[in-house]
Design a protein around this ligand. Sequence first.
Ligand SMILES: [Zn+2]
Length: 474
Amino acid sequence: MLKDEFDRRTVLAATTALGAAALMPARAGAQTKTPSVGATLPARGEFVIRGAHVLSMDERVGDFAVGDVHVRDGAVVAVGASVTAPGAAVIDGHGMICMPGFVETHWHHWTTFLRPVLRADDATKTYFPVTFALGLHYTPPDSYRSVRLSLAQALAAGVTTTHNWAHNVRSPAHADAEIQAMRESGLRGRFAYGCPLGLPNDQPMDLADLARMKRDLAGDPMLTLGICSRNVDGSTGGTRGAIDAAMAKREWGAVRDLGLPITLHTSGSGAIKLLDEAGLLGADLQLVHPLNTEAADWAALAKHGVRYSTSPLGEAARPGDMQFIEMMQAGVPVSISIDNVTAEHCDCFACMHMLQAVNRHRTGGKFKLTTKKLVQMATIGGAEDLGLAGKTGSLTPGKRADIILVRTGAPHLGEIGDPYDALVQLAAPSDVDTVVVDGRILRRKGEFTALDYAKLLADAAQSVEALKASAKWT
Ligand SMILES: [Zn+2]
């Protein structure tokens, strides 16, 4: 399909869905080519982290109260109480917890830079109205800038793998812009290709471009591909779209023919029953927001190997119980996600703490959810969810080196006891000292090593002002 044809179709779609008032040409004078902020990443070298409290998240490797991690050419070479690594640069790990980077499993990076537009106590300016109104006007450079800013925040908070839930891909160029931002950030992740906001519910996503993207990403060492579906529960028609079972069968069938995984929001009720009856549940499906589900749903999910991603900071503000407990009791794997950072921040420590607190609040601690289990959910559990456990999620020799060092000297930590308790109950993103992804040191001593963050912020502000003008937002 020619790009112009796609653009016309997209605009037509938005018009059909929203009425003539939504018809908007491409932004006058807007850039369509995505300018790069800087694609140069630090080289992968050879180094050894010495003297850290090592939490490998691999039972075969174990933990070390004082231990070393040796990294060479992007891979973990050795983990142990004392590792020989002649010639390797030494990173002093004393006073630090050394662990795998966080693997979060659902995040709408394209919305991140809209944060300054939102207002918590004005219902017309909260997440959904703002992201929809301005989202219709995104150019590819806008997508690029928001994703880059967002991934900088991810890195600073110790997230080394992300599931980019891109549910506003307005054209193939927008998809390319998000991929470019992911590549240049240096993070590992999955790109979940979605529909443009406003696409009529009786039209499928751009399956031709999805196939093109699959070819583009074939063999990519850092990025994988999937889709994020519109809702199928039919109860949240609104701004994000809601397709029926027939469209889900058609769209998901084509996606599955490409061998790609699917992710879906299910915050409303009824989606799982509908999917089960339509024969659409499968081990390639990740659901997001375990709320408003029923016992029959849990059994169906376990039977079909479906996984769930919970975003505790946002879900705590929604109606209904947070049902990660029911899912885990039924045998449904649960991972942890950030969702968006417009009204909460990227804080995997707080996510784990929230799950611990909600479990105690709801079950009085009858459901056993240890701090170690919570750290597993935020690391290897996320990697398993995204099909990346062979590469990341634990400090295992042979896996890629996705590592964080969490400093334990801040006043809110002081002298720590159990390191898992400290990570879940006390630590904060500001304690993340060093971040390594695929053997590249992207953060060191709490600073970016190769990123002009001020430039990211300035570019983001420029895009947001242009979007507000284009959308006539006041
Ligand atoms: Zn979401």
